[in-house]
Design a protein around this ligand. Structure first.
Ligand code: F6R
Length: 369
C-alpha cells in the first residue's frame, strides 16, 4: 500500500501534484466562473463579511498564514490567523459579519472543533477546509470546502498541507469574484496559474535527489534555522516543524526581516540556514532584501541552503547549496518552496534511522484539548 515507496510519507510527497490537481477539479462552471458547491452560505452573507479569522493547529495553521497573504491581497478583507487553542480562550471579537475558516486534515482536532463551536455561538459563520469526509468539524460547520488529497497516513502532514493552501486560494478567488474585487478575466488568469502548479510541483519532486543527498550529509546537525519573508515566512515555519517532528532536531523558522532584531545572534561558523527566496520578478524589492539577508548570515559563517526560482542568478554567488524551483507567481510559490523542505526533513530523519511515518510522541489526530 506504500506503492513501492519506502514510507507513507515518501508516497504522500509524491502524491502532491495529484492532491493539488484534484482539489482544483470541477470548481468552475461552463462560463469559467468559480463555483464552490460545498459552500452552502448565502451569498449576501459572504458579501457582508468584514473580517476573516482562520483557526487551525500546526501545519494546518501555516496554510492559514499563506491564505492570509492571498486573501487580503485579492479580496481586501482583513484576515487574522490564530491557533485554535489560543482563539478559544482569549474572548475573541467575533460577530455575524466574521467568517471563521477552520482548516483541518483530520476534521477531528479537538482544539479546532472547540474554536468552531465558540465562533458559531458568537454568531459567526464557519467554513471548514477539511480533508476527511464524514469527520466531525465539517458536520458542525456552516459550510465545507473539501480538500481532495486522499487519505494521509504518515503522521507528519505533507499533501494535506498543499491541498489546504490550494483550497484557501480557491476560497479567496471565490470571495473576490463574489464581491467584485477582481475582473472575471483576472480570476481566470489566476486559476490558470493555479492549474499549472501540479506540473511544477512534479518538477520539484523530480529534483529531490539533490535535496536527499544534502540531507544525508547533514545528519549530525543539531540546530537548523529557516528564514523566509512574505509567503516564504510560513514556508520557513513549516520547514522547521517538519524537521523537529521527523528528525528531532531543534529547528526554528523566522521572518527574514527579524534577523537583525535578534536571531542573527544565533549564527556562527557552519550553522545551517535555509532561506526561501522570493521571486526576483515580484514587487517591492523583497528579493533583494532576502539576498542581502543571505549575505549577512554568510558573512557570519552560516552554511546557506537556498530555495530559489529557476534563473535567479543573483543568489548563486551567496548560496552554499541551491534547491531550484520553477517560476511561479509570488503568492503561489509556497506550493513549490515547501517541497524541498519536506524531502529534506524526511531524508535526514531516514539517515538517522528514524521512522518517518510514526515519529515519537505524536498522534495523527489530536482529539483531546
Ligand atoms: C504536522 C502535523 C500537525 C497537524 C495538526 C492539525 O505535520 O501533522 O501539526 O497539522 O495537528 O491537524 P489537523 O489538520 O488534522 O487538524
Amino acid at each position: 500500500e506504500k506503492g513501492g515507496f519506502d514510507s507513507f510519507m515518501d508516497k504522500e510527497i509524491h502524491d502532491q501534484p495529484h492532491a493539488v490537481a484534484d482539489t482544483l477539479l470541477g470548481r468552475t462552471d461552463a462560463a469559467g466562473r468559480l463555483v464552490l458547491d460545498d459552500l452552502r452560505i448565502d451569498e449576501s452573507v459572504l458579501r457582508a463579511v468584514n473580517k476573516i479569522i482562520v483557526v487551525a493547529c500546526g501545519t494546518a495553521a501555516y496554510s492559514g498564514h499563506v491564505a492570509k497573504y492571498a486573501i487580503e491581497h485579492w479580496c481586501r478583507i482583513p484576515v487574522e490567523v490564530e491557533l485554535a487553542h489560543e482563539f478559544r480562550y482569549r474572548d475573541p471579537i467575533v460577530d455575524e459579519r466574521t467568517l471563521v475558516v477552520a482548516v483541518t486534515q483530520s476534521g477531528e482536532t479537538m482544539d479546532t472543533l472547540m474554536a468552531v463551536r465558540h465562533a458559531r455561538e458568537q454568531g459567526a459563520k464557519v467554513v471548514s477546509i477539511v480533508n476527511t469526509h464524514g469527520s466531525t468539524i465539517p458536520r458542525e460547520s456552516d459550510a465545507v470546502l473539501y480538500t481532495h488529497a486522499g487519505p494521509e497516513i504518515a503522521v507528519a502532514s505533507t499533501k494535506a498541507f498543499l491541498a489546504q493552501i490550494t483550497a484557501a486560494y480557491l476560497l479567496g478567488l471565490y470571495l473576490a469574484q463574489l464581491r467584485g474585487n477582481k475582473f472575471p478575466d483576472e480570476i481566470a488568469a489566476l486559476l490558470d496559474d493555479l492549474r499549472d502548479m501540479p506540473r511544477k510541483i512534479q518538477t520539484v519532486i523530480e529534483r529531490g535527489e539533490y535535496v536527499r543527498a544534502t540531507a544525508r550529509s547533514m545528519s549530525s546537525s543539531d540546530k537548523v534555522l529557516f528564514l523566509g519573508r512574505h509567503v516564504g515566512f510560513p514556508v520557513a515555519l513549516e520547514g522547521a516543524l517538519k524537521l523537529k517532528e521527523l528528525a528531532y532536531i531543534h529547528a526554528e523558522g523566522f521572518a527574514a526581516g527579524e534577523l537583525k532584531h535578534g536571531p542573527i545572534a544565533l549564527i556562527d561558523e557552519g550553522q545551517p540556514v535555509f532561506v526561501v527566496v522570493p521571486s526576483p520578478r515580484g514587487r517591492d524589492s523583497l528579493h533583494s532584501k532576502v539576498v542581502s539577508n543571505i549575505q549577512e548570515i554568510r558573512a557570519r559563517g552560516a552554511r546557506t541552503l537556498v530555495i530559489a526560482e529557476d534563473g535567479d542568478d543573483e543568489v548563486r554567488d551567496y548560496a552554499d547549496e541551491v534547491f531550484w524551483i520553477p517560476k511561479a507567481p509570488t503568492l503561489l510559490q509556497p506550493l513549490l518552496a515547501v517541497v524541498p523542505l519536506q524531502i529534506f526533513a524526511m531524508a535526514l530523519a531516514t539517515a538517522k534511522g528514524l521512522d518517518v511515518d510514526q515519529p515519537r510522541n505524536l498522534a495523527k489526530s489530536v482529539t483531546v484539548e
